[in-house]
Design a protein around this ligand. Structure first.
Ligand code: SF4
Length: 321
């Protein structure tokens, strides 16, 4: 049985933890509820933290020429400075974090798709961008997994998010040992996953681990961490994971029947056409890895990047991409 580390995830408090939205409501989210026993959540409500009560009059992001302000139109209050100060202190104090789940479209927490206005008075929105807190998260932690609950309804985005937070959590645990031997083992165990995500980075990471110029161990770990996070920045292109699946299938070509192979190739095709997430084909291949006891493949995180029940389909929709 695979043991998974607990990723550290900052979450907007109104997503299932507290009825702190401007109107006193809470957002129910099945995915966040399912994640809760598996991860360490750190909840935050920036608007409550800066002293706006609940319920409260809504705030909005307003253009002020070359900059933006955070204004409460009903009271005329400008909370931009308070929000920037809180955000800078909160994010500055974060030592270890693997990802963020932020409330979509919020002028504070949203990191994309937040309505921007020309002024506090009534009028159409003039564009979309990031909220004050969400934008600062992207600036400081853009190398971590940053998503909102709306986008996470999309299964491919959810899969990418889970793969990242668990990969980063595994590396955090590894860093505690600071052993080159463990780093070499870590790189080996992640080889197929890296191959599926970014082959250029996989080779770069291999060179870092080889440490040809004899760097000190902490410097090697720093370099590895930076490149490792970059390797997972974008979701994999469909062709690369399929190549990895075909490569792994080759281990069992003599054991499988023609019908089993056809079924599997059909799953790969469904993934290539964007009809199913990668994890569907991976889980079938993963069951053969166990059945045929391939020690090398069993060690590969590609086959168990995160707990399987986190990709349950019952709460999924298309989501926003
Ligand atoms: S979106 Fe952010 S600021 Fe708004 S209620 Fe939720 S946690 Fe608080």
């Amino acid at each position: 049985m695979t043991l998974f580390p607990k990723p550290k995830i900052v979450v907007s408090k109104c997503i299932g933890f507290d009825p702190c939205r401007y109107n006193g409501e809470i957002v129910r989210d099945k995915f966040v509820a399912r994640l809760e026993p598996h991860v360490d959540f750190l909840c935050v409500c920036p608007e409550v933290e800066i002293g706006l009560g609940t319920p409260r009059d809504p705030i909005r992001v307003v253009s002020s020429g070359k900059d933006f302000k955070l204004i409460q139109p009903a009271s005329g209050l400008d909370v931009s400075r308070k929000m920037r100060e809180f955000t800078s202190e909160f994010l500055g104090d974060l030592k270890e974090v693997d990802g963020f789940i932020l409330k979509s479209r919020s002028p504070s927490c949203g990191f994309t798709d937040v309505k921007l206005y020309a002024g506090p008075e009534k009028g159409p929105c003039i564009g979309k961008g990031a909220g004050f807190f969400g934008g600062a998260v992207l600036e400081k932690f853009g190398d971590r997994a940053v998503e909102d609950e709306g986008r996470l309804l999309n299964l491919n985005i959810r899969e990418h998010f889970l793969t990242r937070v668990y990969a980063f959590a595994r590396f955090r645990e590894l860093r505690r040992s600071s052993s080159m031997r463990d780093l070499i083992g870590f790189h080996g165990a992640n080889k197929l996953l890296l191959m599926a995500y970014n082959q250029t980075k996989m080779r770069e990471l291999g060179r870092i681990v080889a440490n040809g110029d004899g760097k000190r161990i902490p410097a090697v770990f720093d370099l590895y961490e930076k490149s490792f996070c970059e390797a997972f920045h974008k979701p994999p292109r469909h062709a690369s994971p399929i190549n990895v699946l075909m490569h792994a299938l080759g281990y069992f070509k003599k054991e499988l029947s023609a019908r089993e192979k056809r079924h599997f190739l059909g799953m790969c095709e469904a993934y290539r056409r964007g009809k199913t997430p990668l994890s569907s084909a991976v889980s079938v291949l993963g069951s053969w890895v166990i059945r045929f006891e391939s020690v090398y493949l069993q060690e590969q995180t590609f086959f168990h990047p995160f707990p399987a029940d986190l990709m349950a389909l019952d709460d999924s929709g298309r989501g926003r991409v």
